[in-house]
Unconditional design. Structure first.
Length: 411
């Protein structure tokens, strides 16, 4: 069994110029995927899309049951303006429609920003041949063929075949009692100290504001570097077994080492601005699904979480569905559930599973997130991006809401 659904290789990615995309790439993929993309467009009831790059525009629309390419801008379309590099990343799944917005690389000059986001799965259907999800397309069953019990939790000593099957079907796990309260207390103390040391311009934390405008640190990036207690847990087999639960021999994501890193989060009450309680998204929501998915994101519950303290929400089965990677589409038929955890529990979700952080309403919670990723394919290579540049890009996301607001059309 495997959750590896990669269809692109890092070594095949290359810069594509505007005219090469408009005149060669898009006509070529339309030969294969015009019907499947148009079906997704109709299902989602989206308008046409006009893409403008350096003075030239083309429009994609459904025409007679197939997606067609027209020269020029169209008044009845959502119109996106971007540069050639951004277009190259979009058509090669290096950046999504939301990913471009999050990094100020697109401007919606006409129409709805939501429609721009809605085009993401249609573009994936066009360029990757992956059908847009339709109601009823996904079912989840147990090993015996019966309907999967989505409320099920597991223990460390449960049958790994059953655990793996559940993860493949539902895209998430809840494993109870993995770590002790004393272990979580030690990590909690280290997180408190790291949050106290954080500064808005340190490049290693995210900040959010409450209803009075008071800013506070809500996420410590690279937290494993500040917590001896956490580093011990990262090397513990109580986490390590997850690397092989899917049959993929997953590895940690720390730059160049394959070891597990982690981020420490606090979910305070009364947060109104900033990236604290993230809305529905996929971890590949900025791009690179076809290069990276699926990996696993592991949440370690320092305090536990329930309906009153901001439990994690997941959409079971969504890792198998080509849906919007940002926001929960109204047409999505898969129900959302909340994972109620106790101190020392872990949650696991596939990187392509739709999930969100519900805001706590009675008491805050603390959690640590670490991740496992697919190893490189034989002969594959990744661009050598300096670690400091990668860290800076991660830290920059703390102000992403402002960049998205600047992207949206004023009309």
């Amino acid at each position: 069994m495997s959750i590896d659904c990669r269809t692109r290789r890092h070594c095949e990615r290359k810069p594509l110029e505007r005219d090469e995309i408009f005149d060669s790439l898009i006509p070529r993929v339309l030969v294969r995927n015009a019907a499947i993309a148009a079906r997704g467009l109709r299902y989602k009831k989206l308008p046409a899309l006009s893409i403008s790059v350096a003075g030239r525009s083309v429009t994609l629309r459904d025409q007679g049951g197939e997606l067609r390419l027209e020269a020029g801008d169209a008044a009845d379309s959502v119109r996106a303006q971007l540069d050639s590099d951004a277009l190259s990343d979009l058509v090669q799944d290096w950046a999504t429609t939301m990913g471009l917005a999050m990094n100020s690389r697109v401007r919606i000059v006409r129409g709805s920003f939501e429609h721009w986001l809605g085009w993401e799965p249609v573009l994936r259907a066009l360029f990757d041949g992956r059908p847009v999800h339709e109601a009823g397309a996904i079912t989840m069953t147990g090993l015996d063929g019966s309907e999967l019990d989505l409320s099920r939790g597991f223990e460390l000593d449960d049958d790994h075949v059953e655990i793996s099957h559940f993860l493949h079907q539902a895209g998430f796990l809840h494993v109870r009692g993995v770590f002790t309260e004393d272990e979580m207390a030690a990590v909690s103390a280290d997180l408190d100290a790291a949050l106290a040391r954080a500064r808005p311009d340190d490049g290693a934390s995210w900040w959010a504001g409450d209803s009075k405008g008071v800013q506070q640190a809500v996420r410590v990036l690279f937290f494993h570097e500040q917590s001896t207690a956490l580093r011990r847990l990262m090397e513990d087999e109580r986490i390590g077994w997850l690397a092989n639960i899917t049959g993929d021999k997953l590895v940690g994501s720390v730059e160049g080492s394959g070891k597990l890193g982690a981020e420490g989060l606090i979910k305070p009450l009364d947060i109104r601005t900033g990236l604290s309680d993230l809305p529905w998204h996929k971890d590949c929501g900025q791009g690179r699904h076809s290069y990276l998915c699926n990996g696993l994101t592991v949440g370690i519950s320092i305090t536990g979480a329930d309906e009153r303290s901001g439990a994690l929400g997941v959409v079971p089965g969504s890792h198998r569905a080509n849906v919007q990677s940002a926001g929960k589409d109204d047409s999505l038929d898969l129900p959302a559930i909340k994972l109620v955890t106790q101190t020392g529990d872990i949650t696991v979700h596939c990187s392509d599973t739709l999930h969100r952080a519900y805001p706590p309403i009675e008491r805050p919670r603390k959690v640590v997130y670490t991740s496992l990723q697919q190893p490189l394919m034989p002969g594959d290579v990744i661009d050598d991006v300096p670690a400091e540049k990668q860290r800076a890009a991660r830290a920059k996301l703390t102000n992403v809401q402002e960049r998205i607001a600047d992207t949206e059309s004023p009309t």
